[in-house]
Design a binder for this molecule. Structure first.
Ligand code: NI
Length: 170
């Protein structure tokens, strides 16, 4: 495994629509392992492949159960993810992004979603996500479509040194 460099705005890969994955061979396995290592080192709760300058539809997310603080964070790797059944109920939360250092913003997201995709071996699966986990998946899938949280934010502001870091950065 290796740490990859996280690219930041205005890197052009962040604005491209990423390609669908069709090859589940060793290169994909290495990519996913490297993304997990890079996300943890950042640290962040999620990472999309375009953030390490790889224009492929791959995301990793690691987040605990907000209803059970004792539970360990759960790791998800999703290939070709799609957001399905977004709840009509929208919730506002404060987001940051490893590719947009120093900025945070309030973004409206669906309160719950179903994420459909494939695991690292190509098998289809789905995840039901609520609350912050749903928010993280929506933020990551946006990255695969060249969309950044600053495009959707109700307001964006500079993170000051004395501020608490945002609840999420990915
Ligand atoms: Ni991000």
């Amino acid at each position: 495994m290796a740490l990859r460099e996280i690219v930041t705005v205005p890197h052009p890969t962040l604005r491209r629509s990423a390609r669908k994955v069709t090859d589940f061979g060793p290169d994909l396995q290495t990519l996913i392992d490297d993304m997990v290592e890079t996300m943890r080192a950042a640290p962040g709760v999620g990472l999309a492949a375009p953030q390490i300058d790889v224009s492929l539809r791959v995301i990793v997310v690691e987040f605990g159960d907000e209803e059970d603080e004792e539970a360990p964070a759960k790791l998800y790797s999703v290939v070709n993810p799609e957001i399905a059944r977004p709840a009509r109920e929208l919730v506002v939360g404060t987001e940051g992004c490893l590719s947009i250092p120093g900025l945070i913003g309030d973004v409206e997201r669906s309160q719950s979603v179903v994420v459909r995709g494939q695991n690292r071996h190509g098998q289809p699966f789905k995840i039901k996500a609520n609350g912050w986990l749903a928010r993280i998946f929506q933020h990551e899938v946006d990255h695969l479509n060249g969309v950044l949280f600053t495009d959707k934010a109700l307001q964006v502001w500079q993170l000051e040194a004395e501020d608490n870091p945002p609840a999420m950065a990915d």
